[in-house]
Design a protein around this ligand. Structure first.
Ligand SMILES: [Zn+2]
Length: 325
């Protein structure tokens, strides 16, 4: 989250990709009247799904990649237009669509200590606003599944939330879907635990740590700083599955022997095109997954880079001597 955006890549900014929507379609008008998902009628919800930006063709390195924005109702299990051909044509309903694995890239893949990587990239500085997780199979690099929720702050006035969301998500044209779908952090984690359990990655009865899986983040901020802060604000104990993680920047430094300060730097150095809207969590998560897969294809073995002691969870131990500070 919050990586400075280099000028060289500014042509990929969402705002320059999406033409300005006509006033009648502007999501800002609707965001004056935010509604929770449960209160949205099917027809209003269906209209809202047409508010996001139209499909865009990205031209990158001489090739045209037809890119469509994700349906952010779908990513949260709330799309009601799965039988509407026009809607399906405009919005991507397949999280692995622009993350296909090139079989030729698998030949250097090494055996990993974990079966699954959970790529996580939180959004929201004051409180968490978005919680996107992409589940990657460590043996095949395929996207197995994803979990995505917009998160409603718990200690902010309605007016402050409206300003915050318009500033953060208005420029991507997704403030309306945020208001339609966001739920409190506590509920997000409850639903996340159900999702983890469905994939046999976690069981409360087994101490609550992840089983055969680990979070992969770009930096330590997400799990060292933000999640514990949000747990305090949301008056809950830090769950055990957040006790260790893999900071991709540390693995990058120790594998390639060069420093990268953020996702954009790693992507530039590895010549991976940035796809989607930078700072929209679900798109950043996919871009981090692209970096992760590039490193796996180059022969990197991912290992835990940071861990908390269960007895004194405020202390984080970093496992690499050379690391990005
Ligand atoms: Zn949809």
């Amino acid at each position: 989250m919050a990586f400075p955006f280099p000028r060289a890549l500014s042509s990929f900014r969402a705002s320059s990709l999406f033409p300005t929507l006509p006033m009648a379609l502007s999501p800002h008008i609707h965001s004056l009247f935010p509604m929770r998902a449960l209160h949205v009628s099917a027809s209003l919800s269906a209209t809202a799904q047409d508010q996001s930006p139209p499909p865009t063709v990205l031209s990158q390195q001489g090739s045209n990649i037809r890119w469509k924005p994700m349906c952010l109702y779908y990513t949260q299990g709330k799309c009601t237009k799965m039988d509407d051909a026009i809607h399906l044509e405009r919005f991507n309903h397949d999280c692995s669509r622009d993350l296909e694995v090139n079989i030729a890239k698998l030949k250097c893949l090494r055996s990993q200590n974990l079966d699954f990587f959970l790529v996580l990239d939180l959004e929201g500085r004051v409180e968490i606003l978005e919680f996107p997780v992409l589940m990657i199979n460590a043996g095949t690099m395929d996207v197995v599944d994803f979990f995505h929720r917009f998160v409603r702050p718990s200690e902010m006035s309605e007016q402050r939330i409206n300003e915050y969301i318009e500033g953060k998500y208005g420029k991507f044209g997704v403030d309306r879907v945020w208001h339609d779908t966001a739920i409190p952090f506590k509920e997000v984690l409850h639903e996340f635990e159900v999702w983890l359990a469905q994939h046999h990655l976690w069981k409360k009865q087994l101490g609550g740590r992840l089983n055969r899986a680990a979070f992969v983040t770009c930096g330590n901020w997400d799990l060292k700083t933000k999640v514990p802060q949000q747990c305090k604000v949301s008056k809950m104990k830090l769950p055990q599955y957040f006790m260790e993680w893999i900071n991709l920047k540390d693995v990058y430094l120790n594998f390639y022997k060069r420093r990268a300060t953020g996702m954009i730097t790693m992507m530039k150095e590895l010549q991976i095109p940035l796809v989607g809207s930078h700072h929209l969590g679900i798109d950043d998560t996919k871009n981090i997954a692209r970096v992760l897969r590039h490193m796996l294809a180059d022969g990197a073995v991912l290992q835990i880079t940071a861990t908390r002691n269960s007895d004194s969870p405020e202390n984080v131990e970093f496992l690499f001597k050379n690391r990005i500070r």
